[in-house]
Design a binder for this molecule. Structure first.
Ligand SMILES: Cc1cc2nc3c(=O)[nH]c(=O)nc-3n(C[C@H](O)[C@H](O)[C@H](O)COP(=O)(O)OP(=O)(O)OC[C@H]3O[C@@H](n4cnc5c(N)ncnc54)[C@H](O)[C@@H]3O)c2cc1C
Length: 286
């Protein structure tokens, strides 16, 4: 466990952090909340760049289109802030509040939860359901990419040398959109067995955009595209929502572990998707 670690950097700015990361001498990694980095069985790492004191990475703000969340923002801040409201804010807060314990939530960061993606990671599905964008910085230069790009390629493969995730930009949805988050775990602190984030954006009583993003029941975060397509362009009746939930359950590759069998997860998952879509639909109508 980090047996070769000989250097610790404590940058104060993003540019300094990127400079430290690309030092060119030592095999170097970022440490944010540290909740998975310290457990990594990677004994080749020689230096760590601690970004927890980079103030320009820790904020929750908004402009006319997006909520903007600094990658170093602890998920407890997302859970507690009154600044996040509406369909996007409510979904972010619902998921953040269900991550581990208060102690863990004060460490785990919005960017770290995306960079180190596990089956039990809760925020990636929320970012997917909301069509978030991710701002990456390599010193001053920055690029903005859809979150799906990072999820498909994995941050470790996607980011170039000395590049970091700096911000997650979440579109703000208004009237006509409803969201819902659902999670099944044995205890509040145990890893999730099923994680679901849904969004229905409606226009004139029909579904304009449907998002069903899931994790934990799968090996990584995925969208149930076929189920989403079933809903789009249609009136979201109870029958259609039930059919979409079944389609979602039939379309994913279900993981099993000692906590629960595939059969159990599939049965519960279908019910949870149906309820989450129903909740999103009800909220969209308010
Ligand atoms: C007991 C326990 C229970 C947990 N339960 C849950 C849960 O229920 N739900 C949930 O979602 N998570 C949970 N987690 C957290 C999850 O497993 C990860 O540990 C966490 O998301 C990592 O975030 P971090 O900020 O601590 O990142 P770190 O551990 O500091 O870093 C993780 C990785 O991401 C990289 N990284 C971090 N930030 C950046 C950045 N800005 N740019 C580029 N790379 C970066 C690091 O280099 C490292 O490789 C739990 C963790 C523990 C230990």
């Amino acid at each position: 466990m980090l047996k070769k670690l000989t250097r610790f950097y404590h940058p104060k700015t993003i540019e300094e952090a990127c400079l430290n990361l690309g030092n060119g001498e030592l095999k170097t990694a970022i440490i944010a909340g540290g909740t998975s980095e310290v457990l990594r069985q990677d004994n080749s790492i020689e230096a760590l760049v601690d970004i927890s004191n980079v103030k320009e990475l820790s904020y929750i703000s908004k402009d006319s289109v997006f909520y903007r969340i600094g990658a170093g923002t602890p998920v407890q801040d997302i859970y507690k802030t009154p600044a996040l409201t509406g369909p996007s804010g409510n979904l972010l807060k619902a998921a953040a509040g269900k991550i581990g314990s208060t102690l863990l939530r004060n460490s785990i960061t919005a960017g770290g939860n995306l960079a180190a993606m596990f089956p039990w990671s809760d925020l990636p599905v929320v970012y997917m359901a909301l069509d978030a964008e991710v701002v990456c910085r390599k010193g001053k230069p920055k690029r903005t990419v859809p979150v799906q790009t990072i999820i498909d390629k994995k941050a470790s493969q996607f980011l170039s040398a000395a590049e970091i995730i700096a911000e997650i930009a979440i579109p703000m949805y208004g009237k006509g959109t409803g969201t819902a988050f659902a999670k099944l775990a044995k205890t509040a602190n145990d890893y999730s067995m099923i994680t679901i984030a849904t969004r229905l954006t409606t226009r004139s009583g029909k579904v304009d955009q449907a998002r069903i993003a899931v994790n934990a029941i799968t090996a990584g975060p995925v969208r149930c595209i076929e189920a989403e397509k079933l809903l789009e362009g249609q009136k979201p009746t109870a029958e259609l929502i039930a059919a979409a939930a079944k389609k979602a359950a039939d379309s994913i590759t279900i993981r099993k572990d000692f906590r629960a069998s595939r059969e159990y997860r599939k049965e519960v998952f279908e019910v949870m998707v149906r309820r989450a879509l129903t909740e999103a639909h009800e909220k969209a109508g308010k």
